[in-house]
Ligand binder design. Structure first.
Ligand code: PEP
Ligand code: MN
Length: 340
């Protein structure tokens, strides 16, 4: 349950509300959202049903919610959130294309890929500098040096950037160098990290956990929102399946489900979902048709030499064709009917 306090709520009004909540055995957390103070109430909220809170002085409205996430819920906010990433708007009806290498490897290759992604017509440049790898012996990224290269190529190409942050201690440095902080699948439930990116107020791309339900994913988003950071974009990247024919199982039905449950935008990552260059374009087009707010695709000028995720990187030519397809498709699917 969300209790939205009125702008003229006095300390006495608030204390009366809090006392009623506590008397019912519920817990409460004060939140700031959209310039208002809200109390997020959880526990046995049905015990508050008989209390006419909404008519009490200092209370603007009371929102009964069907799910545990509150700020992320469409019941709290009906209109879609639009996240501004370095001037590129994600959500609200457009279609955003993110392209770039899995990892920033060196200056020359990043520049070549950045220029290719730009001339293909993409909106944002991706590239990991802190790489969470399954094997401790694999290439784990260039760290801060990689972020500086990303900033440089971003300035040269004019493309804002997305890069993963894996450690709460790195958040501040990442905020200074990238336009959107990615939380990878392995860290969706790293709650200290979510709180830290929440406090940063910077745009966040929150990937779905490898075996996370949509409710768990939206609760992870809630951690960021509860810190007063409304700039959250979700990213479906496939969940653990049973069939090794694809790297993961792309849950495209997450797009309409997320759309129904939350106002947050959603991107789809067909690269990590399928793990295979041959399957990426069709799943990217399917994501567009399903109503996603955009896609994130791995691109490399020399995939065979890529230090990470070589099998799934599109060559610039294939990426250029895909961007062209997606722009056409987005025009048809979005002009036909607004996505609700
Ligand atoms: C990535 O985007 O490079 C990445 C590691 O993705 P995920 O967290 O989805 O595996
Ligand atoms: Mn990758």
């Amino acid at each position: 349950m969300l209790i939205v306090l009125a702008s003229d709520c006095t300390p006495g009004d608030r204390q009366r509300v809090v006392a009623a909540v506590e008397e019912a055995g519920c817990t409460w957390t004060p939140l700031q959202a959209g310039g208002r103070t809200l109390l997020a109430v959880s526990g046995a909220v049905e015990r508050l049903r008989e209390v006419p809170l909404r008519r009490w002085p200092g209370v603007k409205k009371v929102i009964a919610l069907s799910d545990a996430y509150m700020l992320a819920s469409r019941e709290h906010q009906a209109e879609p959130t639009v996240v501004n990433v370095g001037g590129v708007k994600v959500g609200g009806g457009g279609f955003v294309i993110v392209g770039g290498p899995c990892a920033v490897e060196d200056e020359a290759s990043l520049r070549a890929i950045g220029e290719a992604v730009k001339s293909a017509g993409a909106d944002l440049l991706r590239g990991g500098a802190y790489k969470p790898r399954t094997s401790p012996y694999a290439f784990r990224g260039l760290g801060l040096e990689g972020l500086k290269l990303l900033r440089q190529v971003s300035q040269e190409t004019g493309l804002p950037t997305v890069s993963e942050v894996t450690d709460p201690r790195h958040v501040e440095a990442c905020v200074g160098l990238v336009d959107m902080l990615q939380i990878g699948t392995r860290n969706m439930s790293n709650f200290d990290l979510l709180v830290e990116v929440g406090k940063s107020g910077h745009p966040v791309l929150l990937k779905r956990g490898q075996a996370a339900t949509i409710s768990e994913w939206l609760l992870a988003a809630e951690y960021v929102l509860a810190q007063g950071n409304p700039h959250v974009v979700l990213c479906e990247r496939g969940v653990r399946g049973f069939d090794p024919a694809t790297r993961n199982l792309l849950d495209l039905s997450a797009v309409p489900v997320v759309r129904a449950r939350t106002h947050l935008p959603i991107l789809v990552d067909p690269s990590h979902a399928t793990g295979h260059v041959g399957y990426v374009p069709s799943m990217a087009r399917a994501a567009c048709a399903a109503g996603a707010d955009g896609v994130m695709v791995e691109v490399h000028t020399h995939p065979a030499a890529a230090l990470c995720d070589a099998e799934q990187a599109l060559l610039p030519e294939a990426f250029t064709d895909l961007v062209e397809d997606l722009r056409l498709l987005a025009k048809v699917t979005r002009s036909a009917r607004p996505v609700r």
